[in-house]
Write a protein that binds this ligand. Structure first.
Ligand code: PMV
Length: 356
């Protein structure tokens, strides 16, 4: 019987972050994470990853969640918003399956958490994928995208590999606000994201707080949703043509536009630091030297730079980054495949659980 198979079995999934090329900033509905504009991103490969193991068991009296080896207080009503969403997701998916055992969830990121490398996107999508499989729910990617969106908006895009569009949707219940794949990862093997870590510490202002503060106080923001929607349409066509020249300027301008609305928020939100700014100037200089766009910078809610480029110019980008002393490390990624189930590498040691 299906339900008895679930008990005490560990399911492990691996998933990856995404980096938005045209970004989501501002929610039309805070509870459901419905965005003001559509967005488009690339899912990264497993050089950066989240691993999540899930087990349902009657050996536990309450649900347990560990993120990066730290126990999280998911059962408290005062827990941070993202933890409350995780708890809600777990309860929703468990109810849907008809299974009622408590869950042990262990999740680890291979990269700095909450520092603008989309750890919540990677974590949210991987969790939904692991739970769907552990509970035998057989959810479609669209259904998983809608559930992941509610943990963290950008997580809805990490359910797919390749290049992914999140259509903002119109409906009040959010049933038409989900991600769709634009191209498969193999369609553009040469595309690269070179990440320059300039700050591995946790960001001071969470994106959940930032989204709404910007909508509430920035005059510049008023022009952003319509503009971003138009950019999504243009860049999508450029991506389908594998046209780097057609997308590079949109990527850089969109990042600058989003960070301008953040700076225009009151009190101001500033994620970029002096190293980020040095990288911006250096990439413009590189493009000028080559007489065309060979690289495009973009920054999420953090100081760490994502440099989008192609395999032919990756070495040029690394050479430029070598000249910037504040860079602590770099990571290179191509287009990733999206989350998958892993048959080995469980993060749960079943023997250590002992009897109830
Ligand atoms: O998904 P959230 O609430 O962490 O918001 C993420 C917003 C950005 O990363 C800044 C942009 C994006 O589209 O991913």
């Amino acid at each position: 019987m299906v339900l008895s198979m679930i008990e005490n079995e560990v399911t492990t999934a691996i998933g990856t972050p995404n980096i938005a090329l045209v970004k989501y900033w501002g929610k039309r509905n805070e509870k459901l994470n419905l965005p003001m504009n559509s967005s488009i991103s690339i899912t990264l490969d497993e050089n950066l990853n989240t691993k999540t193991s899930v087990m349902f068991t009657d050996k536990l009296e309450s649900d347990l969640l560990y993120i990066n080896k730290e126990k999280q207080d998911i059962n408290s009503l005062d827990s941070p918003e993202k933890l409350r969403f995780i708890k809600k997701t777990l309860e929703f998916m468990r109810n849907k399956s008809g299974f009622n055992k408590k869950a042990l969830i262990v999740s680890e990121n291979s990269f700095p958490t909450s520092s603008g490398i989309a750890s919540s996107a990677s974590g949210g999508a991987t969790l939904v994928f692991a739970l769907s499989s552990a509970l035998n729910l057989h959810l479609s990617k669209r259904e998983m995208s809608i559930i992941a969106r509610q943990i963290s908006g950008s997580a809805c895009r990490s359910v797919y590999g390749g290049v992914v569009e999140w259509r903002k949707g119109k409906k009040i219940d959010g049933s038409d606000s989900y991600a769709k794949q634009v191209i498969e990862p193999d369609y553009w093997n040469e595309l690269r994201d070179i990440i320059a870590i300039v700050d591995g510490t946790k960001k001071k202002i969470s994106s959940s707080l930032g989204h709404q503060a910007t909508i509430a106080t920035s005059t510049l923001y008023k022009a952003r949703p319509k503009h971003a929607d138009a950019e999504v349409k243009i860049i999508k066509e450029a991506i389908k043509r594998r046209d780097f020249q057609g997308m590079a300027e949109i990527i850089m301008k969109d990042s600058n536009n989003m960070h301008a609305t953040m700076l225009d928020t009151w009190p101001p939100i500033m994620y970029l630091n002096d190293n980020s700014k040095e990288i911006i100037y250096a990439i413009h200089e590189l493009n000028d030297k080559k007489n065309k766009y060979v690289a495009a910078y973009t920054f999420d809610a953090g100081a760490n730079a994502h440099i989008i480029t192609t395999a032919d110019y990756a070495d040029d980008v690394f050479d430029v980054l070598k000249g910037i002393s504040g860079i602590k490390s770099t990571i290179q990624s191509g287009l990733g495949m999206g989350p998958k189930i892993k048959n080995n590498g469980s993060l749960i040691d079943v023997d250590k659980l002992g009897p109830k």
